[in-house]
Write a protein that binds this ligand. Structure first.
Ligand code: AP5
Ligand code: MG
Length: 191
């Protein structure tokens, strides 16, 4: 399976990606998590990414695309992968198409989690108290939501036109949402 999880910041991409990827025996690849790991380790990539992440801006495509290309070339991703938070721009869609076509595969589905703005903010404020993620502050949360609408929301139509889109209601108990996703994916034919 080659899957993409989309949705605004706080929609539950990371929470659901882990469970669903385990179910399919594929790695969940979160660009945000990879960037944060690099920030923690103080790598060159981390130093570069932090400037953008702390402001809620997207890391430049050139940096992000290369990172994803390297990650999906790894052994554990040969049979498939679930991308959480990539692609986020139209240019990233093109890049990913190139990467997947090159291996002779295709995308199987794009899951988009729908959650209303009030609930998103509630979740991220609550996470700010427990985890203290640097980008979970009021201003930065607002910027992240804005950027999603501006740059990433248009991708929904791109994938809808390709017949790959599975829109899933992301509100409710975590298990309930997982069940909705698995139901939506049960109709998807693996490539
Ligand atoms: P990233 O880490 O991907 O952050 P994000 O998109 O802002 O999304 P979050 O991780 O905050 O939310 P989520 O949808 O994963 O929800 P979660 O499961 O955590 O990206 C961070 C930054 O990295 C970006 O801003 C950008 O700078 C950079 N970046 C990443 N990818 C990039 C790309 N492709 N291009 C350029 N830059 C990129 O859930 C949120 C909270 O809600 C949690 O506390 C969770 O426990 C809770 N929750 C989950 N599900 C439920 C539920 N059903 N009910 C109640 N609470 C729930
Ligand atoms: Mg996440």
């Amino acid at each position: 399976m080659r899957l993409i999880f989309m949705g605004p910041p706080g929609a539950g991409k990371g929470t659901q990606a882990q469970v669903v990827a385990d179910r399919f025996g594929i790695p969940a690849i979160s660009t945000g998590d990879i960037f944060r790991a690099n920030v923690t380790e103080g790598t060159e990539l981390g130093v570069e990414a932090k400037r953008y992440m702390d402001a809620g801006e997207y890391v430049p495509d050139t940096v992000t695309n290369l990172m994803v290309r390297n990650r999906i070339d790894e052994e554990d991703a040969v049979k498939g992968f679930l991308l959480d938070g990539y692609p986020r721009t139209l240019a990233q869609v093109d890049e990913l198409d190139g990467m997947i076509n090159y291996t002779g595969h295709r995308l199987d589905a794009v899951v988009c989690l729908a959650v209303d703005a009030d609930e998103l903010v509630r979740r991220l404020f609550s996470r700010a108290q427990t985890e203290g993620r640097a980008d979970d502050t009021e201003d930065v949360i607002r910027r992240r939501q804005e950027l999603y609408l501006e740059q990433t929301q248009p991708l929904v139509e791109v994938y809808r036109k390709r017949g790959l889109l599975c829109e899933v209601d992301g509100i409710g108990e975590v298990d309930e949402v997982t069940k909705r996703i698995l139901d939506a994916l049960s109709n998807v034919q693996e490539s």
